[in-house]
Design a binder for this molecule. Structure first.
Ligand code: UD1
Length: 419
């Protein structure tokens, strides 16, 4: 099993280019099931989750020409596809559940594996299923599979999500874009990735409009058209490199991202004393020794993202006073804490609240990665620690960060993969 070795205490300096967004690309790939016309997707990140979603599409009969090198995929679906997503493909990637909506909308039935539990929390799909049933689908869960059916075409409805969910909003946008009539979706998640999905569906002929801050009107269409679309940049990757620069007290230019989509993250970094200059499509950051403390909580967009909580925690370990982070999205997303404490951090957790004592000088250690964002937080701590840090189980990392070692090496990190 691959592991990473980092020889830390080196400032990151130079330029990092941001890849396409994994979390935008996954629902867009699922939405291609709606159409039987040629679709070209550009700026796809070359990461494992994308490979898995492409395998899923191939397994149901999509014709897929995927160039990892060019970050591009050409998809042309047959008139008829299989409506089955196997456990083997959905188990590693929760976004597999996003094929349920388009299969139901286009073919009237689907058998999709439930994504099951996940290390960061229970992550149920009840909101997806209840909302799809409002469009006329019926479903049963048997032996870990959702069997869903809509005898006739899905019918438009007014749906108010009981809780903000990124995945449920995406599944319903995709399904209702082919349902009969006009669906109104309210209390939607408004993450930039959701907006990218809406833009993509509209670009292949969908009729979706924002009619309120969290409300969408979706007019169902019967047929989609051929087109090409470029996936938005990965805001979580951008935030990760910003924090890595701050933790190593380096100077980085993060390019290929509009700073407006990570306004909250930039504001928080500025608040704790980091110097940031936003330009049109890039951000310059200079680290400092004098990091101030902060109390914050994660929340749905435009709040501070849960996907950057672990990385920010590493930075707050270096603050002069103690900070707190309340994790409001997932119930078990502090698994990086025990590993960071093994590196000299002083963090205590009580339920969903973490108390982070500052003034930490990270020490190198042998570590175990537990989930995608926890893995990257350990890399960031390793970059700051003197000596050799080894991180095991990095397959989590490969799910979501394109060429992370290469990008880090380019800006001065000493990091290598050992097989
Ligand atoms: C997506 C992102 C993930 C990010 C998360 C929150 C992708 C592929 N993944 O995950 O990186 O951390 O948004 O920004 O884009 N919930 C229910 N029932 C449901 C659905 C969700 O109770 O049917 C709960 C979840 O357990 C969680 C909360 O709602 O506590 C938010 O989850 P959700 O926004 O749905 O996250 P994902 O779409 O799974």
């Amino acid at each position: 099993m691959d592991k990473l070795e980092i020889f830390g205490a080196k400032k990151l300096r130079g330029k990092v280019s941001i890849s396409g967004s994994k979390n935008a690309a996954l629902p867009i790939l699922a939405a291609t099931i709606l159409s039987d016309r040629k679709i070209i997707l550009k700026n796809l990140p070359n990461v494992k989750d994308i490979e898995t979603m492409i395998k899923l599409l191939e397994s149901i009969g999509s014709f897929v020409k995927y160039s990892k090198k060019k970050n591009l995929v050409i998809i042309k679906n047959k008139k008829k596809l299989k409506t089955f997503a196997s456990y083997n493909l959905v188990k590693t990637m929760r976004a597999g559940i996003l094929v349920l909506g388009p299969m139901l909308a286009r073919f009237g039935n689907a058998k999709v594996s439930t994504p099951g539990g996940c290390s960061i929390g229970v992550r149920p799909i009840d909101i997806h299923l209840k909302a799809l049933s409002k469009l006329g689908a019926s479903y049963k869960i048997i032996n870990g599979y959702v069997y869903a059916n809509s005898k006739k075409k899905l019918k438009a409805a007014k749906i108010k999500f009981p809780k903000i969910s990124v995945g449920a909003t995406e599944n319903l946008i995709i399904a209702s874009s082919m349902a009969e009539g006009t669906t109104i979706l309210s209390n939607c998640a408004i993450e930039p990735e959701i907006k990218d999905l809406v833009n993509f569906i509209n670009c292949i002929g969908g009729k979706i409009k924002w009619i309120g801050k969290r409300t969408l009107s979706v007019i169902g269409v019967k047929k989609f058209k051929e087109n090409e679309y470029s996936i938005m940049p990965d805001r979580i990757e951008a935030g990760t490199y910003l924090i890595a620069a701050a933790v190593t007290e380096g100077n980085l230019k993060i390019s290929g991202i509009n700073p407006k989509i990570i306004r909250t993250e930039i504001e928080i970094l500025k608040k704790i004393g980091i110097k940031i200059k936003s330009e049109k499509d890039s951000i310059k950051i200079s680290g400092t020794k004098n990091i101030k403390n902060i109390n914050l909580k994660t929340s749905p967009y435009p709040g501070f993202p849960t996907d950057l909580q672990a990385q920010l925690m590493v930075l707050l370990c270096k603050s002069k006073k103690h900070s707190t982070i309340k994790e409001e999205i997932f119930e078990n997303r502090f698994m990086h804490v025990s590993e960071l404490n093994r590196m000299g951090a002083k963090i205590k957790t009580f339920g969903n609240k973490a108390f982070i004592e500052g003034n930490t000088n990270f020490k190198a250690a042998e570590l175990m990665a537990t989930d995608l964002r926890a893995s990257v937080s350990l890399i960031i701590a390793g970059l700051a620690a003197k000596g050799k840090t080894t991180i095991n189980r990095i397959y989590h990392l490969d799910r979501g960060y394109e060429e992370i070692e290469k990008k880090l090496r380019k800006v001065g990190a000493k990091i290598r993969r050992v097989s």
